[in-house]
Design a protein around this ligand. Structure first.
Ligand SMILES: [Zn+2]
Length: 269
């Protein structure tokens, strides 16, 4: 039987986190607290036998050596999780119980940031079959970008461990539908809050309409995809630190589109 310790011994330190992710039921905590119960209850033995894991007590060092996924590793993990979700082959425990919670009291080590819609049909942890501490989620209707949302995204990559940012739109998005409605019925008003979201989505609606000539439902789908492309670009344009990380190859910002029908997420770089 392969244990977490075996995995840690068998891989280079820098890739330990990714290797751990390949084991079923493993979350994104620092690691050793998810070991067998008796080992957790004898902390001094853990210190002697696995000296580098003592660094769990020092969150900054742990972040450096154990919890940074390369962008392509993060993308592969997301794809695998989505495949499990689509095929209804989900993990029996993706890391949501007390054993997963315990190490996360020391910090968080998310491997991906997802900017997605608030829509109740698009819950990222379920869609990617993930547990606690793995995904840094920024949710807002229409997955638009505003300064506080950009700040949230920056935090996860600059002060935490996310090296992949995915903007994820979805089929039949009501927010995009509202923006299409306003484009086709000028003068339509909602609340100031909803109007603000519509205004943020309008450039994507107008661009999609101009390029495709679509209207109605077809335009909603085209505009939702266009909005993802625009927000991906907007993140890099508006955040110099993230753009620099991307230019150095340390970070990737990608787009994704979730199908309500199939459950599949189409990820494009
Ligand atoms: Zn939506």
């Amino acid at each position: 039987m392969v244990t977490r310790r075996d995995v840690l011994k068998s891989v280079a330190v820098g890739t330990a986190a990714f290797a751990l992710s390949q084991l079923p039921g493993m979350g994104c905590g620092p690691g050793e607290v998810e070991e067998k119960v008796e080992e957790v209850e004898k902390p001094h033995e853990v210190e002697v036998e696995k000296p580098h894991e003592v660094e769990v007590e020092k969150p900054h060092e742990v972040e450096k050596v154990e919890k940074v996924y390369l962008p392509q590793e993060a993308m592969a993990r997301l794809r695998k999780g989505n495949q499990r979700y689509v095929s209804m082959n989900r993990l029996s425990d993706p890391g949501v119980g007390p054993k997963a919670r315990a190490p996360l009291t020391k910090g968080q080590w998310p491997y991906t940031t997802i900017l997605c819609c608030s829509d109740s049909r698009v819950p990222p942890e379920l869609i990617f079959d993930e547990g606690l501490g793995c995904l840094f989620i920024v949710r807002v209707a229409g997955n638009i970008l505003t300064p506080p949302l950009l700040g949230s995204i920056e935090y996860a990559s600059m002060h935490s461990t996310s090296r992949l940012i995915m903007v994820m739109g979805h089929e039949s998005c009501g927010a995009v539908g509202a923006a299409v409605h306003v484009a086709e019925h000028p003068g339509t008003k909602e609340t100031p809050g909803i109007d603000n979201i519509v205004n943020c989505l309008m450039p994507a609606v107008l661009k999609a309409r101009k390029e495709t000539g679509y209207h109605g439902k077809e335009l909603v789908e085209a505009a939702a995809r266009e909005n993802v492309r625009m927000v991906v670009k907007q993140i890099a344009d508006e955040s110099q630190p993230l753009r620099k990380m991307q230019d150095r190859g340390e970070l990737k910002i990608v787009g994704g589109y979730y199908s309500l029908t199939t459950g599949m997420v189409d990820i494009w770089v």
